[in-house]
Design a protein around this ligand. Sequence first.
Ligand code: MV4
Length: 452
Amino acid sequence: MFKQILIANRGEIALRVVRACRELGIETVMAYSEADRDSLPVRMADKRICIGPGPSSKSYLNIPNLISAALLTGCEAIHPGYGFLSENASFAEVCRDVGIVFIGPPPEAMLTMGDKVEARTAMSRAGLPMLSGTDVLRTLSEGEEAAARVGFPLMLKAAAGGGGRGIRLVRRPEEFTSVFTTAQSEVREAFHDDGLYVEKYLGHAKHVEVQVLCDNYGNGVYLGERNCSVQRRHQKLVEESPSPGLPDAVRHDMGKRGIEAVLAIGYRGVGTLEFLVDEDNNYYFMEMNTRLQVEHPVTEWVTGIDLVKEQIRVAAGEPLTIRQDDIKLRGHAIEFRITAEDPAMDFRPQTGTIEEYLPPSGPGVRVDSHLYRGYEVPPHYDSLLSKLIVWAPTRDEAIARGRRALNEYVLEGVPTTIPFHLRLLDNEVFQRGEAYTNYLAEHGADLALKAH
Ligand code: MV4
């Protein structure tokens, strides 16, 4: 096992990794930006090293600074968290070159999955079903030809992918030219790569993702699934496990075929396969996330497995000790992402000082957060303040518990998504577990506006 690791991230996930390391007896070095100097993870880690100024490009995305920090402090491994460099294959490669373990999959697997078109090809070959789609498209005429082949409505997606940028629904042929052009310039700016692809649009579907965990010796397990259908502008707001209404046979089929597919490409570590599931429970692979995800706690709670500790163990070369037959989903867990965004102002990101902070607790409540009273929300990073996760034996009880915990949460100084979540829990479609991916697009306005 590692003696000491560098944490190349910030906020709640940095704190989550410190906690896992403490329990494993690993010392932590927090790489932090000047804006995060006084933050909780920086205080809680064993050691700390400044890696640059506030803007991420100068700190959390600065590969030379992070590598120097790890080498100077004698770290054997780097945990990238999520976001930032967590899916950057060049960073993983530099780590390998200097003899530092990147806690994640091999760079080759990251490269394959990072190119969403290549990922579709690889996973299709490995036996996963998918929606009809196209090769990478770089010109409008290539796009028009592909659209005619796939038919409308269709989804336009970025080949370089991630974060929902460049994803567009095109309902009618007349809209195609303008949407393609706008999406392409957005994608070019975001990823320095203007490749798009087209996929048949599945409207009445659920977003279901399968958690996988693989060691370095060709062993892998799936840890159930999460439903992430409640999203806004392709940012997830609520995630739950198990996925409501998913038959056991389908769950196991998705997991079994998912594991076979990722092992076929030499995958290692934790990862997530994203699927769309239609009303008849047909499932279609969309993409794979090659990192620990924001929503990992719901899986931890229903499986009883600490994903971060397992991720570190397999990265250190330990073989998996968990057997597929021992993984049982128990009860129901729901995560609410509490962000510094104002649902009444079209979810506009907010900054400010946390004037009062009293997180909920009691039975079945977990709060993963770096907040404290007096914390100043920096302007440089994403707006996630806290993840509230609730667990109960049944989904109905988890909803009641979520409502109780959200009402208990005292978080003053910045507007948050808490009122949105309370509205959602009172919504009958959500209560029935029938919130399809097109749901928030159609009902989101009501939920946000009545929130105050
Ligand atoms: C789709 C889709 C329907 N058809 N692709 C959204 C996030 C990204 N990871 C993939 N996403 C989707 N891709 C096809 N071909 C539906 C979604 C989707 C979604 C779309 C609009 C509004 C909310 C959504 C929530 C989850 C998934």
